[in-house]
Ligand binder design. Structure first.
Ligand code: C2E
Ligand code: CA
Ligand code: CA
Ligand code: CA
Length: 278
C-alpha cells in the first residue's frame, strides 16, 4: 500500500511537473516569438446589418510556433498576461494594426481596425499614461488618422482598474480612438460606469448568442442590452453569429446592430481579407 501511495504521488507529481514545465516552455518560446517572426494578426470583418457593409475589422493575434505549431490565443494570452509579456506583445499588436490600417488606407481600402487590450497594458506605475502615449506615437509614426484605430477592453478591466483606465480611455477618445466594451454581459460592471466611461459601443458576448434562437432568457437579455444601448446612444456589436437563424433574430426585430461571426467570415490573414474585398 505504501509503494502504491508512493507511485501515485510520483504519478501526480510528474503530471503536475509536466504541465508546469509546459507553461514555462511556452512562456520561454513566447518570449522569442516576436523576434522569431512567429506572431501574425488575423482580421475578422464586422458587418452593419442595415447596409450590409463591412464597417471594420477586429485584429486577432495568432502564434505560429516553430516548436508547438499554432497555439490558440486562449492558451498563450493568459500566459502572456501572467508573465508580463503582454506589454511587449500588445505593443507589437498596436504597431502592426496601425501599419496595416495605413497600408490599406493608402491603397484605397479605408478600414477601421480594433485591437484587444489587456489590463496589464494599462498598468504602469510611475508612467500612468504610457499606453496612451504609445498609441499616440504609433498613430503619428504611421501617419494614421486616429479614427482607423479602435480598442476593445473588457468590463472587468474597466472596473478593476478604474483609475488607471479612465484617464487613458478619456485621452484616447479625445484624439478620436473609439472604445468598445468586449464580452459585454459576462463581467461585473455596474451600469453607471457604462454611462460615465467614454465608450462608443458594447460587444454582446457570444455566450448570449449561442442559444439565442432556442433560449428565451438569452433572447430577453440580448433585447434588453440593445434597448439600453440605444437609450445611452451606444452602438452594439454582436459577437459569434454562426447561423442564419441567429442573423434572422436581429433582422426580424429590426435591431440596428453590427454583426461579427463565422456566419459571415472567420478571422483571416491580411492578404486574404484584401483579396475578398477587391
Ligand atoms: P475575443 O476578443 O472575445 O475575440 C473573439 C473570439 O471569438 C476570437 O477567438 C474569434 O476568432 C472567435 N470568433 C469569432 N467569431 C466566432 C464565431 O462565430 N464562432 C466562434 N466559435 N468563435 C468566433 P480567438 O481569435 O481564438 O481569440 C480568443 C481571445 O484571445 C479573444 O477573445 C481575446 O480575448 C484574446 N485575444 C486575441 N488576440 C488578442 C490580442 O491581440 N491581445 C489581447 N490582449 N487579447 C487577444
Ligand atoms: Ca475582442
Ligand atoms: Ca469578445
Ligand atoms: Ca469572448
Amino acid at each position: 500500500a505504501k509503494a502504491l501511495g508512493k507511485n501515485q504521488y510520483h504519478f501526480f507529481s510528474d503530471e503536475m511537473n509536466s504541465s508546469v514545465q509546459n507553461h514555462f516552455e511556452l512562456e520561454n518560446r513566447l518570449r522569442r516569438a516576436i523576434t522569431d517572426n512567429e506572431l501574425e494578426l488575423y482580421y475578422q470583418p464586422k458587418i452593419d446589418i442595415v447596409s450590409g457593409d463591412t464597417v471594420g475589422f477586429e485584429a486577432l493575434l495568432r502564434w505560429h510556433s516553430a516548436d508547438h505549431g499554432d497555439v490558440s490565443p486562449t492558451v498563450f494570452i493568459p500566459i502572456a498576461e501572467k508573465s508580463g509579456l503582454i506589454v511587449s506583445i500588445g505593443e507589437w499588436v498596436i504597431d502592426k494594426a496601425c501599419e496595416q490600417a495605413k497600408q490599406w488606407l493608402d491603397s484605397g481600402f479605408p478600414a477601421h481596425i480594433s485591437v484587444n487590450l489587456s489590463a496589464r497594458q494599462f498598468l504602469h506605475t510611475g508612467k500612468p499614461n504610457r499606453l496612451f502615449e504609445l498609441i499616440e506615437a504609433t498613430l503619428e509614426r504611421y501617419q494614421l488618422p486616429a479614427e482607423y484605430l479602435e480598442v476593445e477592453i473588457t468590463e472587468n478591466l474597466m472596473m478593476h482598474h478604474l483609475n488607471e483606465s479612465f484617464s487613458i480611455l478619456e485621452k484616447l477618445k479625445n484624439i478620436g480612438v473609439k472604445i468598445f466594451i468586449d464580452d459585454f454581459g459576462t463581467g461585473y460592471s455596474s451600469l453607471s460606469y457604462i454611462k460615465k466611461f467614454p465608450i462608443h459601443a458594447l460587444k454582446i458576448d457570444k455566450s448570449f448568442i449561442d442559444d439565442l434562437v432556442s433560449d428565451d432568457n438569452d433572447a430577453a437579455i440580448v433585447t434588453a442590452i440593445i434597448a439600453m444601448a440605444k437609450q445611452l446612444k451606444l452602438e452594439v456589436v454582436v459577437e459569434g453569429v454562426e447561423t442564419e437563424q441567429q442573423l434572422a433574430f436581429f433582422k426580424d426585430n429590426n435591431y440596428e446592430v453590427v454583426l461579427q461571426g463565422y456566419y459571415f467570415c472567420e478571422p483571416l490573414p491580411a492578404n486574404e481579407i484584401r483579396y475578398i474585398y477587391e
